[in-house]
Design a protein around this ligand. Sequence first.
Ligand code: SAM
Length: 368
Amino acid sequence: MTSSSRLLALDALDRIDRDGAYANLLLPDLLGRSDLEARDRNFVTELVYGTTRMRRACDFLVDRFVTRELDLRVRNALRLGAYQLHFLGMPPHAAVGETVEVAPKLARGLVNAVLRRVSGAPVTWPDDATRLSYPDWIVEHLVADLGSEDAIGALEVMNTAPGVTERADGYVQDLASQWVADAVGATPGERVADLCAAPGGKATALAAAGATVVAADIRKARVGLIRGNAPELPVLAADAARPPFRPGSFDHVLLDAPCSGLGTLRRRPDARWRIDAASPERLAVVQRSLVDAAVPLLRPGGTLVYSVCTLTEAETTGIDDHLASSSPQLVSLAPPAGPWDPHGRGSRLLPQAADTDGMYLLRLRAPA
Ligand SMILES: C[S@@+](CC[C@H](N)C(=O)[O-])C[C@H]1O[C@@H](n2cnc3c(N)ncnc32)[C@H](O)[C@@H]1O
């Protein structure tokens, strides 16, 4: 790896941390403006995404040997070094020497001394949240909701880079999302309302299967993303809490609701540090109002498909419990085949079951 790529990784870490830049937007932009070779680009990506995910664990490794306040760039240089040593298993002469070179001049002695100690010292992690590098609340919340074994398994998988899966039409989409679109079960010519559709992943899959899809999203800028992905699709900006459609006019309504996103943390390396502990409960309030508004759109015998890329009880079985009392006329459809696990009347896909995003799916049918 050249020194310009290490410098680029350190600059990216500073901007993610200091300016709140989104790693998955910032990095492609920085790499696009660099003249690095493909191999170096991949390595910078691994360093930036990995160090961002493992920030808390790296801080623990480093802080054992630091006794004073560090400025952010020095701290990020130490995190970068610790990540290479501990998580990439790079030999100390490379990881330490190369990281010291890009550290701020006045701190190079300190970075060198600390990383040398990190490289030689055995590690005893104080707890799972530090070892797996998540905020305490995420570990506690998922352990409470999933049980320890499933939660730790999910958190471990979400520390690895996601695979890239491409559909037959070239759209890149995680398999879990492809399965949700399949689970809508729309046949050619059936009318589908996708009420939270941007950027259009599931809407385009449904249209490709021959369904007549109307795609809506509350955010105008995100509606533009759907247009970009599917110029032929009817799209509109609309609040799914007040959908501007005739009651009883759809064979299927897909509500791929805004959620805490705790099933997709591997895809967004900085998300774990951004999402706040109140978000599952706050979003469950929104989700309840959206499912209630979706039900009247179903024609007799039509199906409601509710999905979220998260695993919290509030946003999954909590929404099903709500629907069971607000719309008791709806009956549940059989869960899709494995790797989904039946979960209440719906189904859950843990990230470790098939190396995908974590997802929840609920399919309910209106009386004929
Ligand atoms: C999980 S994403 C949808 C992903 C999309 N279905 C796909 O497969 O590409 C949730 C979307 O819901 C939108 N949203 C949030 N609140 C909404 C509301 N009240 N009405 C409609 N859309 C909303 C967000 O802007 C976001 O684009």
